[in-house]
Design a binder for this molecule. Structure first.
Ligand code: PEP
Length: 251
């Protein structure tokens, strides 16, 4: 991990949680306040239905809240959508944009992800912009080219002045229990760092690059120690306080 960048661990609860999961948040808050102080910024991105509760409950333990997506427009006739300003109003400080599940389920393309990231910045949120290749793209040796193109087209120019986080999430590693090798993660994160510094100069050196994809208590220490891995985006293992706490403590 690059030592000058404070690490960030974000939990993506996806479409999994009824109010009962708030008990896990209370348990996590207890662990974070009674145990050794975490060396990472901790963020939970719950479903929007419980975002304000997560923001309020989490605040006690310094846990910050984030949305899982936002609309590119600030308001208007978009039934069922949520704007970045609404997330901020509910207590969010971050928002995930361009998650591969949204790119796949909703056909989101880079231009839309870019517009969402810009909307997030406009509303005072820090966007977590997700990029990552499919298994076929990795097998055919295109992983770095694909990720470079996504980065170029989905990270806004405003990242030069505002906080934008990049999450490298190989699609084939999400929810599968499989992860790239440490060597592959090292190469990809170095390539992303190089691209960010080429585009944003000094600022690119300080932007967080998270790893996501089957990050678990068992592999967190090894993956989070890789150079240019400045934290993680965690799906399944963020649902259980004990597992998520172990990952946070691995930093
Ligand atoms: C994710 O969906 O962002 C993710 C990383 O999921 P998992 O940790 O379950 O692979």
């Amino acid at each position: 991990m690059t030592t000058t960048i404070s690490p960030l661990i974000a939990g993506n609860w996806k479409m999994n949680c009824l109010r009962g999961l708030l008990d896990e948040l209370t348990a996590l808050a207890g662990m974070l306040t009674t145990g050794e102080a975490p060396r990472a910024i901790v963020v939970i991105c719950p479903p929007a239905t419980i975002l304000s509760e997560v923001a309020q409950l989490g605040a006690i333990a310094g846990i910050q809240a984030g949305g899982q997506d936002c609309h590119a427009q600030a308001h208007g006739a978009h039934t069922g959508d949520i704007s970045a300003g609404m997330l901020a109003d509910a207590g969010a400080q971050y928002v995930i944009v361009g998650h591969s599940e949204r790119r796949a389920d909703h056909g989101e393309i880079d231009a839309q992800v870019l517009a969402k990231a810009e909307a997030a910045i406009g509303a005072g949120l820090k966007p977590i912009v997700c990029v990552g290749e499919t298994e076929a793209q990795r097998d055919s040796g295109e992983a770095e080219t694909v990720v470079a193109a996504q980065l170029a087209a989905s990270v806004p120019d405003a990242a030069g002045q505002h906080e934008v986080i990049v999450a490298y999430e190989p699609i084939w590693a999400i929810g599968t229990g499989r992860t790239p090798t440490v060597q592959d993660i090292t190469h990809m994160h170095a390539a992303i760092r190089q691209q960010l510094t080429a585009r944003f100069a000094e600022k690119g050196l300080t932007m967080r690059i998270l790893y996501g994809g089957s990050l678990k208590p068992q592999n967190a220490r090894k993956i989070l120690a890789v150079e240019n891995v400045n934290g993680g985006l965690v799906g399944g293992a963020s649902l259980l306080a004990k597992d998520f706490y172990t990952i946070i403590s691995s930093v």
